[in-house]
Design a protein around this ligand. Structure first.
Ligand code: G6P
Length: 495
């Protein structure tokens, strides 16, 4: 039976403290709120600022919804201390939320990426908890909520994205009880035994519960969330529904938690995979590496959740064992720079640099390299050329909400060749069951899987790739957003 839930006092925010409302007139029927706006600056000079749509699948999926529903996107533009007016870009209204340099440090690098990120990823790195970080997180979440509240038309739908903004549903509900609010968590949600460490666990759960629909990547993530809702705020949970009652026991709000595994822009990847210049570039990549028999590929943000050191350890041992030689095989490891001012990311970079240096120092010859290590980000055209150039894709995350790289590799392999080694700790493993699944902590198991992938017969490779392609091609990011938004539309009518 549902129980009475008492809201933590500090969540009742007086309106004057919520912050400056957005300048926008409140005419948008559909609003997306995410930490980052879906655009990147093409110029560093403020006076000459140009913008380019960011490559991610989320914006591809939502841009058409924006266009048909008078949509707006609320987010940070990625630089400290800059106040920007709302602007229009490629059919989308963008509403920038400013962050001061201190807030970037405390809210973004601190609470989001040194408290929540490691906590939600199985404490692979130890999370740090600081009250000053939490205060900044609340302040910034209020600001995002105020911007969305100011832009939303009556009864509009607002879709809040990811762990940086978990208090936004609550603040938004206080400002605008008429709105229909969805939330999607792109990263894992930890089991209550780990979530329990968070000093503000009740506030986070209560913040999320004000959404009408809370989406997660895997069924285990939504189950973890529901267990925490029951345990830490005494919420009444029936199947996937959470009832929120006032002090008199009257149901004032119903929230639902469910899995909606995200996907990629399949059409875009497929289109690039057959473009002559991309195919030519993929051949060039193979040639530049000396046309080895096998090219293996890893593509990750340089993040400790990705298991890059485990992968390098396994690969180094295969070279030592003589199972692989630099004449026959090359590993391309793309590690795009990420969160470089956060300590654990700095430490990881030193570790990866050191490992690659040692392996290459030992095994490289004047004409061959063991690991081609690229600490850069690349445009999607180059990524697809890399997917086409590679016989084996290595995804060895220790914990990963989804892992879209695995799905992109599959979408690019139109001729059904290639092998995917995939960590069972990714959300993608739920859908790509025909990958060579591995536990990346088991280095011997990882070595065996890599060798199996290298030696996979054309028949088996094609059978596995076909099965994975069927799944990915039928579930693109468009379908993901439609399923989430249609479920949200069916939730209880706004009060
Ligand atoms: C993950 C998160 C996103 C985040 C991205 C890049 O995919 O789920 O919310 O935007 O990493 O991280 P960054 O800190 O650069 O935004």
């Amino acid at each position: 039976m549902a129980q009475t839930r008492v809201l933590p006092r500090e969540l009742h925010v007086p309106e004057e403290k919520i912050g400056k409302p957005a300048l926008h007139p409140g005419s948008s029927d559909f609003i997306v709120v995410s930490n980052r706006l879906p655009v990147d600056r093409t110029s560093t000079e403020d006076s000459d600022a140009g913008w380019r749509r960011s490559p991610g699948g989320l914006v591809t999926a939502l841009a058409p919804v924006m266009a048909t529903r008078d949509g707006a996107w609320v987010g940070w533009h990625g630089a400290a201390d800059g106040e920007l007016e709302p602007f229009h870009h490629e059919g989308m209204d963008l509403i920038p939320v400013p962050l001061s340099a201190d807030e970037v440090e405390l809210y973004y690098e601190g609470f989001s990426n040194a408290s929540l990120w490691p906590l939600y990823h199985d404490v692979i790195a130890p999370p740090e908890f600081h009250r000053t970080w939490w205060d900044a997180y609340r302040t910034v979440n209020r600001r995002f909520a105020a911007a969305a509240a100011g832009a939303a038309a009556p009864n509009a739908t607002v879709w809040v994205q990811d762990y940086q903004l978990q208090l936004v549903p609550r603040y938004l509900r206080q400002l605008r009880p008429d709105l229909r609010i969805g939330f999607f968590n792109h990263i894992p949600f930890p089991p209550p035994e780990i979530f329990a460490q968070l000093p503000w666990r009740r506030e986070i759960i209560s913040g999320l519960l004000e959404a009408d629909l809370i989406g997660f990547q895997r069924p285990s993530d939504s189950a973890n969330f529901l267990r925490s809702a029951r345990r830490f705020v005494g919420a009444g949970v029936k199947a996937a529904q959470v009832q929120i009652k006032d002090l008199d026991g009257k149901v004032v709000h119903i929230s639902r938690a469910a899995p909606f595994p995200i996907s990629i822009d399949v059409a875009k990847i497929q289109e690039l995979a057959v473009r002559p210049d991309v195919i030519a570039r993929s051949k060039q990549i193979r040639e530049d590496l000396g046309n080895p028999e096998t090219i293996l590929l890893g593509v990750d943000r340089l993040d400790y959740t990705k298991g890059i050191t485990h992968r390098l350890k396994a690969y180094g041992e295969l070279l030592t064992d003589g199972a692989i030689t630099v004449e026959d095989a090359a590993l391309i490891q793309v590690a795009s720079p990420s969160r470089e001012r956060v300590e654990s990311y700095r430490l990881l970079r030193d570790e990866v640099d050191g490992m690659v240096g040692r392996i290459n120092g030992q095994f490289d010859t004047t004409s061959n390299t063991a690991i081609r290590y690229l600490h850069h980000s690349y445009p999607v055209e180059e990524m697809v050329a890399l997917y086409l150039a590679s016989d084996v894709m290595l995804v060895t995350s220790l914990r990963d909400g989804m892992n879209l790289v695995a799905k992109e590799y599959v979408a690019a392999r139109g001729n059904n060749t290639g092998a995917l080694v995939l960590s069972e700790f990714t959300g993608a493993a739920d859908q790509l069951k025909s990958a060579l699944l591995v536990n990346p902590h088991d280095i011997d198991g990882l070595k065996t899987a890599i060798m199996r992938a290298v030696r996979l017969s054309p028949g088996e490779s094609s059978r596995r790739m076909r099965a994975m392609r069927r799944q990915v091609l039928a579930h693109d990011v468009q379908r993901w957003s439609e399923e989430f938004l249609s479920t949200l539309a069916m939730e209880a009518e706004p009060q």
